[in-house]
Each structure stands twice: as C-alpha cells, then as structure tokens.
Ligand binder design. Structure first.
Ligand code: FES
Length: 53
C-alpha cells in the first residue's frame, strides 16, 4: 500500500482479498468473499489467505 494512517481513517490500506478468511478486529466479523476490499490495518488473518497487493 502506498501509505496508511493505521487507524482506520484514510482507507489507503484497502486491498482486495484473493482467497481465505480475514477477521475485522473492530467487530470480529469474518470476511471471506474473493474480491472483497479488506481494510488491512484493522484486520487479521483468520487462516491461510492471499491479498492482491
Ligand atoms: S491505513 Fe488508514 S485506514 Fe488503514
């Protein structure tokens, strides 16, 4: 990513999910849809995954 606030404000860290599962650290929600934009500064891996960086 070109830059980032690391606070969930700028959305500069949005990266598409290629495959796998990601947990939103604020809500605990799991995201697993390929192509979904992931806010990487506020997310953690929930298993093996790939992002289209
Ligand atoms: S780095 Fe700013 S929202 Fe993620």
């Amino acid at each position: 990513m070109p830059y980032g606030c690391r606070r969930g404000i700028c959305f500069g860290c949005l990266t598409p999910l290629t495959y796998g599962r990601v947990r939103d650290l604020r809500t605990g929600e799991i995201h697993d849809r390929a192509g979904q934009m992931i806010q990487t500064c506020l997310s953690a891996a929930a298993g093996p995954l790939a992002l289209d960086a």
